[in-house]
Design a binder for this molecule. Structure first.
Ligand code: PMP
Ligand code: GLN
Length: 399
């Protein structure tokens, strides 16, 4: 990390290879159960994949409209109405991107001037920091810390401390709920605190809600639905998690027309447009996924969550049961480990399991080094095997 990469610009020095690529490489090398990178080991729905094949055969193979094929923009607007009672115009408020990753990048490019500050919660999804830096903006972080509650620890922020991080240079708050990696689903009260800070300081909120449908406790509240927030919020989501199609990279933003016009100025020069047949197929997925689909998705993930949390506890970790997402952060200190990086480095080879060191998502490394993130977007059989391997090999990890 500290060695200078030749040719690379100063703004990208120090980022190294993403932790996801590094951990997946180690998992493949050691034939480990990959509980690191968050991708399902099962496939998306047949009818969605068929819709993509259909779209290819129907000749939907040239550039799409830059801001999305009309059917998908309409389906996204209908989704916002159906789940959140948000009225948005498909043509002037919805934009399609090559994944939420591009949407985040485009939003920061479009909305931040060089020197502007962007506030985000730590631990954060790794592309946030790089995207802020590539936009020439400056990151400011507020740490989420585990607080003991009736149902075990949940990750919380201190609203006063958050307000102190905001300065005259702050342009935006980059929010993520449900939150990767902590699994926290921010409550309406917490979102109201963030919203109050945004309104008071005239900030834009860029709200990454890619796990909106993976909620097991509480309810997902889009911050755009809070008073005075619709006009200052860019809501981001993606088909990857909801339809178990992470490789398709179809994401979107919903934002009022003035913000959308700015976002599209960036998007048109980043990718211009997203894979046309896949957009048609995601339009079909959004239109046809019924109540039962979403209920079964949540039920299946809840069962996987409970299995992984129980298994990790049995091995001796202290997992914080997530309210949402498909990740669980486990405290490694009860087993006598001190460094998430050191543990994750030996895990694939010695235990045949791969996981992510949470400090990779922190500017203040000390805030994450006692936590390891395990993904449960995996078949129950694979989770069982991962847990068995951890249990059988835990002593070798101490060596
Ligand atoms: N945001 C968060 C919080 C994520 O965990 C991910 C991981 N997929 C993304 C954004 C990126 O989504 P996409 O694959 O659609 O680019
Ligand atoms: N979102 C996924 C995770 O957090 C990984 C995405 C990626 O590999 N870039 O594991």
């Amino acid at each position: 990390m500290s060695t200078r990469v030749p040719y690379l610009t100063a703004r990208l020095q120090g980022f190294g290879t993403t932790i996801f690529a590094e951990v997946t490489r180690a998992a493949i090398e050691h034939d480990a159960v990959n509980l690191g990178q968050g991708f399902p080991d099962f496939d998306g729905l047949d009818f969605v994949r068929e819709a993509a094949i259909e779209a290819l055969r129907a000749g939907h193979n040239q550039y799409a409209r830059s801001f999305g094929v009309p059917a998908l923009n309409r389906a996204i607007a209908a989704h916002q109405k159906r789940f959140y009672d948000i009225d948005c115009d498909p043509d002037s408020e919805v934009t399609v991107y090559s994944g939420a990753t591009e949407a985040i990048f485009a939003a920061l490019q479009a909305l931040c001037d060089v020197g502007d500050e962007v506030v985000m919660f730590e631990p954060y999804y790794d592309s946030y920091l790089a995207s802020i830096c590539m936009a020439g903006a400056a990151p400011r972080v507020q740490t989420l810390r585990a607080v003991e509650g009736e149902d075990g620890p949940t990750f919380r922020f201190d609203a006063d401390a958050l307000e102190r991080v905001v300065s005259g240079k702050t342009r935006a708050i980059l929010l993520n709920t449900p939150h990767n990696p902590s699994g926290r689903v921010f409550s309406r009260e917490e979102l109201a605190q963030i919203a109050a800070i945004a309104r008071k300081n005239d900030l834009i909120v860029i709200s990454d809600e890619v796990y909106e449908h993976l909620v097991y406790e509480g309810q997902h509240v889009p911050i755009a639905t809070l008073p005075g927030m619709r006009e200052r919020t860019v809501t981001i989501s993606s088909a990857g998690k909801t339809f178990s199609l992470t490789g398709w990279k179809v994401g979107w933003t919903v934002a009022p027309p003035p913000l959308t016009r700015a976002l599209r100025s960036a998007h048109q020069f980043i990718t211009f447009a997203t894979a046309t047949p896949l957009q048609h197929a995601i339009a079909v997925a959004l239109e046809q996924a019924d109540e039962r689909y979403y209920d079964e998705l949540v039920a299946a993930y809840r069962a996987r969550r409970d299995k992984l949390c129980a298994g990790l506890s049995e091995v001796g970790f202290a997992p914080a049961r997530p309210e949402g997402t498909y990740f669980v952060c486990a405290d490694i200190r009860p087993l006598g480990f001190e460094s998430d990086v050191a543990l994750c480095r030996v895990l694939p080879e010695r235990a045949g399991v791969a996981a992510i060191p949470t400090s990779a998502f922190c500017r203040n490394k000390a805030e994450g080094e006692h936590l390891v993130r395990f993904a449960f977007c995996k078949s129950e059989a694979l989770l069982d095997e991962g847990i068995r391997r951890l249990r059988d090999n835990i002593e070798t990890l101490r060596a």
